[in-house]
Design a protein around this ligand. Structure first.
Ligand code: BG6
Length: 477
């Protein structure tokens, strides 16, 4: 029995727990950031506390870069284990073990989110006199509008919206948070981000990785559900939202929803004008030959799952009217690059007419997440010398100096969940508006098939058809 706040990890024997959650908690311990907290593993295995500790130790040795035995001895004292499942009565033992404030983290396959929420509530774990209970739900939240609504209906039978923390790990990334901070903390940035000065915005999440053993999840899900509906839409709303008057979870989420509501809806018969999908064929990645998607082990023959998706969104509000937001994400691309890039409109060139040819590149303000976390401004300055010539200069700064600690996205989010900060979590209406925009695309994509692109390339050539005249996709690296 415990009254120290508890983090209960449902799915404690699984991959997410071992690869991401435990290392994040361990690093928070290492940096002295983990508050008084018991970590309770919950899973079907018939483990003792010691069995669970052994399992955690083994995972940490593999996945926690700073693993050391001294720290482990301290960390392991926080760990305990309860065996059970979400069948009737399966959570009774957990119900007896948890008495104080608790966060229940559903590190589980999405198909059992609803059962888990119900099972926890059956044991009375969703509420208690004088205690706070929260439920962390991993992505994906539904696979379309109808399934998201159904999941929400099940969760809300027992858990209130204030208790549910829908996770999107991109919101725990420094850069995602810095888009907001850099925009709002600098008097010279925010006034520039609107249709008067911005020509286009490109949001990219390109990965060289393939499926990484996640075939059963990915085949049928695809890039639109895996990346665009959640991670890229989050970056998009942060890039496009109106300045917040105060930093408050509900105000922030309200502003993000306003962006989604301002996006011009796409009719099913217009999908091809606004969305492009691709699927990687054989090619090279990291200098090695790799198989095409359809030849990956476990992929359904003839699968039409897209491994690349690109979109053009118009935000029909006063700030952004006429500025296209291009989003793209793909697996097995030429490089790993994640960024939000604003291109500014060109200044009049008459001043340079005599001295410059037409190779004038645009100015960009780039918030980069991968390969390195930087803010970058591509500008033009005079080339040193006796004549008036320009050259591009990059004003580039990393977020962190070498002596500053790097916290992974999950560390930030676990801490926020435990401390009850809801701002980096997604409110249900955000999920619903995102699916509303994408449902016609999912419908349209039930027919036809994705465009092939060679592994190691920049995606299918068809993505170019989304571009407005004079626009080009930013190079991948
Ligand atoms: C996950 C997706 O949510 O995000 C993966 O399911 C993707 O397919 C990953 O690879 C990308 O996250 P990150 O933090 O590595 O950019």
């Amino acid at each position: 029995m415990t009254t120290t706040p508890a983090l209960v990890i449902c799915g404690a024997s699984g991959d997410l727990t071992g690869r991401l959650l435990l290392p994040a908690l361990f690093h928070l311990e290492q940096t002295g950031r983990l508050p008084a907290l018991e970590i309770v593993g919950f899973a079907v295995e018939k483990w003792s506390d010691d069995d669970f500790r052994n399992h955690c130790r083994e995972r940490l040795v593999s996945f926690a870069p700073g693993f050391c035995d001294d720290l482990w001895r301290r960390f392991s004292k926080r760990l305990s284990f309860v065996s059970g499942d979400f069948s009737p009565g399966g959570t009774a033992a957990l119900g007896k073990a948890i008495r104080g404030d608790a966060v229940f983290y559903l590190a589980l396959p999405p198909r059992i989110f609803a059962d888990a929420a119900r099972g926890l509530a059956e044991a009375g774990l969703h509420r208690g006199a004088g205690v706070t209970r929260r439920l962390v739900v991993e992505k994906p939240f539904g696979t379309d509008l109808a399934s998201a609504k159904a999941l929400q209906a099940s969760l809300s039978e027992h858990w209130s919206e204030d208790q549910v923390l829908r996770i999107d790990h991109f919101l725990g990334k420094e850069t995602a948070q810095n888009i907001l901070v850099f925009r709002l903390a600098n008097g010279f940035v925010e006034p520039l981000l609107n249709s008067k000065t911005v020509e286009q915005v490109q949001i990219t999440a390109a990965e060289t990785l393939g499926l990484e053993g996640r075939v059963s999840y990915y085949d049928g899900a695809g890039a639109l559900r895996d990346m665009i509906q959640n991670h890229l839409f989050q970056l998009f709303t942060l890039a496009a939202l109106e300045p917040l008057p105060v930093l408050d979870a509900d105000v922030l989420r309200e502003h993000k929803v306003e962006v989604l509501r301002a996006v011009r809806p796409i009719a099913r018969d217009q999908v091809d004008r606004f969305f492009v999908r691709g699927q990687y064929a054989a090619g090279t990645s990291g200098g090695e030959s790799v198989a095409g998607y359809l030849d990956e082990p476990g992929i359904r023959p003839g699968s039409t799952t897209e491994t690349f998706a690109a979109a053009k969104l118009w935000v029909d509000n006063w700030r952004w009217r006429g500025v296209p937001f291009y989003l793209r994400s793909g697996k097995r691309m030429a490089s790993s690059l994640t960024e939000v890039a604003f291109q500014f409109r060109e200044p009049p060139r008459t001043f340079f007419r005599e001295v410059m040819d037409d190779r004038i590149e645009p100015n960009w303000l780039v918030f980069r997440i991968k390969p390195d976390e930087t803010i970058e401004l591509v500008a033009f300055a005079k080339k040193p010398g006796l004549s008036i010539e320009t050259r591009a200069v990059e004003l580039k700064t990393p977020y962190r100096s070498a002596d500053e600690i790097e916290f992974a996205a999950y560390e930030q989010l676990l801490l926020d969940a435990v401390e009850g900060d809801r701002s980096p979590f997604i409110r249900y209406d955000e999920v619903e508006y995102a699916w509303r925009l994408l449902d016609p695309v999912l419908e349209a994509w039930k027919q036809g098939k994705p465009e092939p692109y060679a592994a190691g390339s920049a995606g299918p050539a068809a993505a170019d058809r989304l571009l407005e005249p004079g626009h080009r996709w930013r190079p991948l690296g």
